[in-house]
Design a protein around this ligand. Structure first.
Ligand SMILES: [Zn+2]
Length: 858
């Protein structure tokens, strides 16, 4: 293999530059406390929820108390009471007698009375511009109308329900529908007299007379926003994005409604504390909004998390748990998925990262799908493992997060202090007791993409643990599920037998070989009593990026000063005369690297032997390869713009490599604005070109393309995109990006063919560059891929003869909103490509855009 000098230089240079940023501090000093606020679970708590006291009636086969025991739960959260005092009291008392704190629920749609036998929903409800009930999906499905926080009667109702729950014995409260009127904006509300009057007062404080004149508000004292909007021709129940008139007014109305909700909750919490005579804990169901707004009035988050958009460890860490840690607010989640392996990975990842996940039992999965009840066989091994290792969870804090596409900025990107080498991506989280230099340090290892990681090799910088003292190592995994052992553990409260522990060879080691996990294991590292008499075992590192290329870059290191590392590449034990390690080297084929450190006297430490396996090259196909050419109908590549456009230049015409160009459509956007040109960027996607859409008014389209080349026949579409927004993508409907019926929506989150309710999951990780694929077989099967693998296949979507609108528009406007993101490629075939072809094109695109879905070296 001809050496690639450019690549080598590119790899070596940042190594020297980046290492200066890393403080080199031990893990116990890196760990920062994440306080457990009032009512929040401990790191080792197993949180259980039954939404209602089950069994609810003699026909209900689910028994909450029995299930809680089977999952080794320690607390009860998010419970709705039945309103029958005797029954509620008995139910709550049973859990409290078993030592459970009990969390009740308050919400946006409380019944008019907490105890009336017949539940009605009439008091203090939200209304549209004409005073009619809103037609939101919750009201449509369940008839439970949202209450309005600007209506003083909602406060009375809220306190009635809180008082009842406190009398029953509830300890803390979950708030569901916490966004209150901010949600109702999507359904044309709330315009009750309290909201209209309140907004008038809000405008007096937050706008000037001059602004109001510009907006067409004459006399503020007589201003009624509902009448104002109706007068402009707005439909009485229109979503706020379709409200006519000044955008500033819409935005101020939203700010007013958010502030109203926060003020309402702040008042309610003060009143409930007063009634209870203590500080009550409060949580709420919001994720992104929790981090922006609702953390201000809640002690912790208890939210529904969705697999397609939020189920990835990198997303969970970077977008949820790291910001929550920075706000010092704990995160408890319920995972809205019936996928057992994904639930298991999610539970393990969340606990590894210091959060908690509610036992997957009685989980809401949609308005029309049944609730999900996981079984002890599916999950109790994990929860038993949590209980068994409480001492290694409580008081431990994150000191470093590695793998699974995560870049921990506390460490050098090119010389991280820990690396895991396995066939399948592994999330590795180092946790330590802040400031306790001698306490055991743990490394959680969790399968990131697949539950079975295969054997793992962990390489670390031993100086980070106990100041260079030799190590004692132990590896813990959940014991295989055994109902009798679990029952015994629950009865005796001795959970230790639910963990399988293996002692590993310790001493002055830098590399540890571990069996694969399914999906979770904990490596426990403790200081050994003796000191090292010989040099340390060298660490063998590989450059993560080079794992995706032809040759692997390898680096050796030894923490003992004044030693020489000598190594061989043939599996033999290095003698004093073996090759002296001086700088990183490259491997071009599968190799065993064996290394040993020698001190000045010639005394050798333990050797390390590591095999790097080079997989065979994955086949690559260019989009216009001979076998594909006849069916290639459109190929838009941002690369073609690089020759004619400067960085940042507007793209009013995107010429195609094959097929028609994309141009700015003439139709107005849904906001009423005129479409504008997106911007070209020379290095937007991992250093490669892209076209950036601002999510406001940037729009391009290929007129008539979807009906000409995608409707009524099989197709395969590839996109290369990068966006934080799961709804970023293209559509086959109106040229201005708005939807149509039948639908064709190709986004980073989902693939909708004809029917939106039956969309196929795509699940590209938010923020990361991705190759996504959308296929229809021209008969009834639609399927999607991302990350180099199939994500969903549905055979219930019959081919349609045409799509509503039938243009190809970028970006797609979902929910009457534009969505921002970057497009690198759109490639369309009027054929259902086979898996080998898909993988080969994916590989070609992944290589060109530096998207690491399949490492070459494993
Ligand atoms: Zn209202």
């Amino acid at each position: 293999m001809k050496p690639n000098l450019t690549l080598l230089t590119a790899l070596l240079l940042p190594v020297a530059l980046a290492s200066a940023a890393d403080s080199g501090a031990p893990f116990a000093q890196m760990a920062r406390p994440w306080p457990r606020t009032n009512g929040a679970p401990k790191a080792s708590d197993v949180c259980f929820s039954t939404r209602w006291p089950r069994p609810m009636n003699p026909a209900d086969k689910w028994n909450a108390f029995q299930a809680a025991r089977e999952f080794h739960a320690t607390r009860l959260d998010w419970l709705y009471l039945s309103g029958q005092p005797d029954r509620d009291k008995a139910f709550v008392a049973k859990f409290k007698a078993a030592g459970f704190p009990v969390g009740g629920t308050l919400n946006c749609q409380l019944a008019d009375s907490p105890t009336a036998a017949k539940r009605t929903y009439t008091m203090a409800r939200t209304v549209d511009m004409k005073g009619e009930p809103l037609k939101d999906p919750w009201t449509k499905s369940w008839g439970m109308r949202f209450c309005c926080p600007n209506n003083p009667d909602y406060a009375k109702l809220y306190l009635d329900h809180a008082r009842y729950a406190l009398e029953i014995g509830v300890d803390h409260f979950q708030m569901d529908g916490v966004q209150l009127n901010d949600i109702m904006l999507h359904y044309g509300g709330c315009f009750c007299a309290h909201c209209v009057n309140g907004f008038r007062e809000y405008l007096a404080k937050h706008s000037t007379h001059g602004q109001r004149t510009t907006w067409g508000i004459g006399d503020l004292a007589a201003f009624d926003y509902a009448h104002f909007l109706l007068g402009l021709g707005t439909a009485a129940d229109a979503a706020s994005s379709a409200w006519k008139g000044p955008r500033e007014l819409r935005e101020l109305f939203r700010a007013f409604q958010i502030e109203s909700g926060l003020g309402f909750l702040r008042d309610m919490h003060r009143e409930i504390d007063r009634i209870a005579g203590r500080k009550v804990g409060y949580s709420c169901n919001a994720t992104e909004e929790f981090l922006v707004e609702y953390h201000k009035v809640h002690d912790f988050a208890l939210n529904e998390t969705y697999p397609a958009t939020e189920g990835d460890p990198a997303f969970l860490y970077e977008r949820r748990l790291k910001p929550a840690h920075e706000l010092s607010k704990p995160f408890l989640m319920t995972f809205v998925s019936t996928d057992v392996p994904h639930n298991r990975r999610f539970i393990a990842s969340a606990y590894a990262l210091g959060a908690n996940v509610i036992v997957p039992w009685d989980v809401f999965t949609g308005f029309t799908s049944p609730r999900f009840f996981g079984t002890p066989e599916q999950f109790s091994d994990l929860f038993g493992f949590i209980r068994a290792n409480a001492a290694l969870l409580d008081g431990y804090e994150d000191a470093g997060v590695f793998g699974a596409g995560i870049r921990d900025p506390r460490f050098s990107e090119h010389e991280p202090p820990l690396q895991v080498y396995a066939a399948s991506d592994v999330l590795a989280v180092v946790r330590a007791k802040p400031g306790q230099a001698d306490a055991p340090v743990v490394i959680h290892l969790v399968g990131a993409k697949s539950n079975q990681t295969g054997p793992m090799r962990v390489t670390f910088d031993p100086q980070r643990f106990f100041g260079g003292r030799p190590l004692k190592l132990r590896f813990l995994v959940p014991a295989a599920y055994d109902a009798v052992a679990h029952e015994k553990a629950e009865a005796s409260r001795d959970f230790a037998p639910l963990t399988t522990a293996t002692e590993l060879p310790g001493g002055p080691v830098s590399v540890v070989q571990l069996p694969g996990v399914d999906p979770w294991g904990i490596l426990v590292i403790e200081p050994a009593a003796e000191r090292a008499a010989t040099p340390w075992q060298p660490a063998v590192w590989c450059d993560e990026k080079s794992r995706f290329s032809e040759s692997l870059q390898v680096r050796l290191g030894c923490p003992t000063p004044d030693t020489q590392i000598r190594y061989t590449l043939d599996g033999s034990e290095p003698a004093k005369t073996a090759t002296l390690y001086q700088k990183p080297f490259r491997l071009d084929g599968s190799t065993i690297v064996t290394a040993k450190a020698f001190d000045a006297r010639g005394v050798a430490g333990p050797s390390v032997s590591v095999r790097f396996e080079r997989g065979s090259a994955r086949p690559r196909l260019a989009p216009d390869a001979d076998a594909l050419q006849a069916n290639l109908k459109l190929w838009l590549s941002a690369g073609t713009l690089a020759t004619t456009l400067k960085d940042g230049a507007p793209v009013s015409n995107w010429p195609a490599v094959v097929g028609p160009a994309a141009t700015i459509p003439t139709a107005k956007l849904l906001t009423g604005a005129t479409p504008a040109a997106p911007a070209f960027g020379a290095t937007l996607i991992n250093g490669q070109p892209g076209v950036r859409f601002d999510g406001v008014d940037d729009q391009l389209a290929v007129a008539g393309f979807a009906n000409a080349c995608l409707a009524g026949k099989p197709f395969t579409v590839f996109l290369v995109t990068q966006s934080d927004d799961t709804q970023f993508g293209v559509c086959g409907n109106a040229a201005n990006g708005s939807g149509g019926i039948p639908r064709l929506y190709l986004t980073r989150g989902t693939f909708s063919y004809d029917r939106i309710a039956d969309s196929a999951a795509v699940g590209a990780r938010p923020g990361a560059a991705a190759v996504t694929v959308y296929r229809h077989d021209g008969i009834k099967t639609a399927s999607a891929r991302s990350g180099g693998r199939a994500t969903e296949n549905r055979d219930d979507l019959p081919v349609v003869r045409q799509f509503g609108g039938g243009d190809l528009a970028m970006p797609f406007w979902a929910g009457n909103n534009s969505h921002a993101g970057i497009l690198g490629e759109i490639i369309v075939y009027d054929r259902h490509l086979d898996v080998a072809e898909l993988e080969a094109i994916e590989e070609d695109l992944a290589q060109r855009y530096g998207i690491g879905d399949h490492p070459r070296w494993q």
